[in-house]
Design a binder for this molecule. Sequence first.
Ligand code: CLF
Ligand code: SF4
Length: 532
Amino acid sequence: MQTSAASGSLPAKTYIGIGQIKSLGATPELPATGGGCGTSGGEGKASCGTSDGPDDMPQEVWDKVKNHPCYSEEAHHHYARMHVAVAPACNIQCNYCNRKYDCSNESRPGVVSQKLTPEQAVKKVVAVASEIPQMTVLGVAGPGDALANPAKTFETFRMLQEQAPDIKLCLSTNGLALPDQVDEICKYNVDHVTITINMVDPAVGEKIYPWIFWNHKRVTGYEAARILHERQMLGLEMLTARGVLTKINSVLIPGINDEHLIEVNREVKKRGAFLHNIMPLISEAEHGTVFGLTGQRGPTASELKAVQDACMGGANLMRHCRQCRADAVGLLGEDRSEEFTLDKLEQMEVVYDLDKRKSYQDKVEVERQAQQAAKHEALAAATAIGVDEELKVLVAVATKGGGRVNEHFGHVTEFQVFEVSAAQALFVGHRRVDLYCQGGHGDDEQLPSVVNAINDCHAVLVAKIGACPRDELLAAGVEPVDQYVGEFIEKAALEWFNDYRGRIASGAIAHQPRGDAQIRQGAFTGGLAEAA
Ligand code: CLF
Ligand code: SF4
């Protein structure tokens, strides 16, 4: 399958700007936040403040995020979302979007969505929810703007509330129409709203947005960006005042808004945003976007992480976004939409069984608690070792879900990456890779691209790995580890790190810094995951 992965060598690591970014620090000078949910999401945590459960936040906020895979990093190992493409129109133009494809804010490129009527959408949601009991959230995320299509978006929500009342409702918008739609959002109990905010300075914005459609006419340049900015800020403030949880998506565009996103983080926190999701620009010439055609590149893995790290201390960060398609179905990172096309839905017998869904989700909660207990146990077992206590390394993990090390190296199409220190194992991203094992045999030509994708990691935790990739990884300086099969990821990563520090302390090895890695939006999946 054709992929949208960037090819060629990595950009120079000395890229100026991102690498010199200074952190917001632990005690940023921020005005007090406004009221609402955004005030209670925790201060400056590295990821959505849900990783330790309800102790971190008021019960009503916990109830909203505990099974939302985007609003809780930890939930995304267990719970699924789906999108319905009922909103094809858009009221602005972004230089990174070509709507021949899905909305770039919430999508991988190169995949055309099947547009649905609200009736078709609701039928699909009920069918998916019957089939996938961990599917807890329905989002409207394009392919255009959810609020530029209010009649279709809200009709979908209205019908769904009646037919599947346990499903959380979520939408994504560029914010231009948001202030006018806040009442409708609240009327249909939409608890989660994503606003894509790439700038708080119209001088930056005019490099990203060539035009907006405003008051029945097209507005361009600085004025367009100024209006959009004002509407975004107003909409965010209004949602905060009404207690709606908000997530801000920002597309990191090197050389245009990289350092500026720290200011964006600060401003959205002031206005009560619950989460800030800084995503890499997706930009390939074949997508036909302005940025693709002008050669504007996306960030490398370390450039993205540098900006995210610099924002710690501001609004909570989301780092597990998969930039989903507008009709994605399943756990983040997987896409089961092909199982639920309209013609297949016609053949399905759908029974929406609330008790079955609840009992499945109760089992997930038991598993989650075991995962938390394992993490705490591993942290408690970490011994004081005479090596740098500030030491942090990245570890790649092969998993097929459930928060465990349970995938073979050769079957991975996406590694999860954790930053591990003596204090924590923190999810910091994912890396798509070409499938190494095809038809039972490893394809050695794929190995360099896999190594490229995790080249900033010190180890890779897998359920199983063959001799050839093992040797190649070792030669590249990445340690393959297969002794934690079936273990919870954080426990395994912390235990490996403890062992790693022990080897450093004993003089058996010397700690070496790693290089940069390549972020890919697409990869060869050998049919395992369609349309990567
Ligand atoms: Fe969809 Fe977005 Fe709701 Fe999630 S996605 S509308 S908040 S249910 Fe999630 Fe996908 Fe990232 Fe969006 S991983 S692109 S953040
Ligand atoms: Fe595309 Fe979304 Fe931007 Fe509209 S708001 S132009 S659909 S990325």
